[in-house]
Design a binder for this molecule. Structure first.
Ligand code: GDP
Ligand code: MG
Length: 162
């Protein structure tokens, strides 16, 4: 079986946009209204000549009570099934309590993690991305999933971790 790379993070940080960018198709569902992706969707992917399975996660309603627990629950399942994880944070927002909760799960899992500081569309947001060093997950990779910026370096790191 191919190695499994899971993309986790709270709703609306850009996970599906990143997955679309990596697979080069527009199959992972992206909408402004979050909550349209099924819990886990797996896509065959390839980078630098290596094939792997890429797992997009999501599918919960953001506005419901207990969203924090729901994100954590789904992230925990995806992490347990993965060989390595891309953890996506919205650099324009910074780390939220929900993000911190996922960080604890990631640490406990012992799985290799690559931190994606997404929505770094321009140099002005780069300082915000650097603040994510504070999460203790190592280097935050500045990425704009929307424009494709930084995804190569992110994938190099993720594939190294696989
Ligand atoms: P998900 O819920 O984590 O899967 O997030 P989506 O991929 O559905 O994206 C949520 C919203 O963020 C959409 O409106 C995307 O267009 C937007 N988005 C995703 N990546 C970026 C990015 O790099 N920059 C900006 N400005 N917006 C982004
Ligand atoms: Mg999504």
């Amino acid at each position: 079986a191919l190695p499994v790379l899971a993309v986790v993070g709270r709703p609306n940080v850009g996970k599906s946009t990143l997955v679309n960018r990596i697979i080069g198709r527009r199959e992972a569902v992206v909408e402004d209204k979050p909550g349209v992706t099924r819990d886990r969707v797996t896509y065959p992917a390839e980078w630098a000549g290596r094939r792997f399975s890429l797992v997009d996660t999501g599918g919960w309603e953001v506005d419901v009570a207990g969203i924090d627990a729901r994100v954590a629950e789904q992230a925990e399942i995806a992490i347990s099934l993965a060989d390595a994880v891309i953890f996506v944070v919205d650099a324009t927002v910074g780390a939220t309590d929900t993000d911190e909760r996922v960080v604890r799960l990631l640490r406990r899992s012992g799985k290799p993690v690559v931190l994606c500081a997404n929505k770094v569309d321009g140099p002005r947001v780069e300082a915000d991305a650097a603040e994510l060093w504070n999460l203790g997950l190592g280097e935050p990779y500045p990425v704009s999933a929307l424009h494709g910026r930084g995804t190569g370096d992110l994938l190099d790191a993720a594939l190294d971790a696989l």
